[in-house]
Ligand binder design. Structure first.
Ligand code: CA
Length: 230
């Protein structure tokens, strides 16, 4: 399947140039000219990457980036910003907001395509996890869906296993309760499951992990992170 690339840009000539070159490279470009549509389409279409111009009518590119990164449904989509030379400070803010890279206008299609490929490669590398993860006395086998502490198997429910996996995959990043609910409980979340549900599952998960339970660190009023330092 062709990877979708969302172009967020109001300059028609640039959109045309990107559309042509992305198609030529085997991508499936989608284009919108303002931030509101960009957020809507990113959520619905789940593109592999967003090319985001900073100068947009209405909501500017930084605001779009911030919104993409704060929504669990779009947070993992990489963003490449298009900036003008005069927007050096915005570039820094954009990277702080979670953009993955930037390209300064004017740019050549070849340069941008190279950046896109590099970012996509990086994201895929990051997603790749070894099948068996070892941390202290804890061993998790992602293909067999089993866990053990000090060689003794730990019986985890499907949700507990998913929770543990999500936390480990985040590599020390804090995951909010809402993010975990969205990603692990999915539609049940909208059926009225509360953020407290996450806490309840974390509690049982910790109990089962015994002395390795310290790895699941509570971040007050927000969520949890996994600590794999010994
Ligand atoms: Ca623009």
């Amino acid at each position: 399947m062709k990877e979708k690339i969302l172009i967020v840009e109001d300059e028609k000539d640039i959109v045309k140039m990107l559309d042509y070159n992305l198609k030529k490279e085997g991508f499936r470009p989608l284009a919108v000219c303002d931030g509101e549509h960009a957020l809507d389409l990113a959520t619905r279409e789940q593109p592999g990457l967003v090319i985001l111009d900073l100068m947009l009518p209405g909501m500017d590119g930084l605001e779009v980036c911030k919104n993409l990164k704060k929504d669990a449904k779009t947070a993992s989509i990489p963003v490449i910003m298009l900036t003008a030379k005069s927007q050096e400070s915005d570039k820094v803010i954009g990277l702080e907001l979670g953009a993955d890279d930037y390209v300064t206008k004017p740019f050549s299609p070849r340069e941008l395509i190279a950046r896109i490929k590099a970012v996509l490669r990086r994201v895929k590398e990051k997603d790749k996890l070894p099948e068996v993860l070892k941390t202290g006395d804890l061993i998790i086998d992602l293909s067999k869906i089993t866990a053990s502490v000090k060689g003794k198997p730990v019986e985890l429910t499907a949700k507990e296993f998913e929770l543990l996996k999500a936390l480990i995959k985040a590599k020390g990043r804090v995951l909010s309760r809402d993010y975990l609910l969205d990603n692990i409980w999915g539609f049940e979340h909208s059926m009225g499951i509360q953020t407290r549900t996450v806490d309840v599952h974390i509690r049982t998960l910790r109990k089962k992990l015994k002395n390795e339970s310290k790895r699941i660190v509570t971040v007050k009023n927000y969520g949890y992170r996994f600590d794999d330092e010994d």
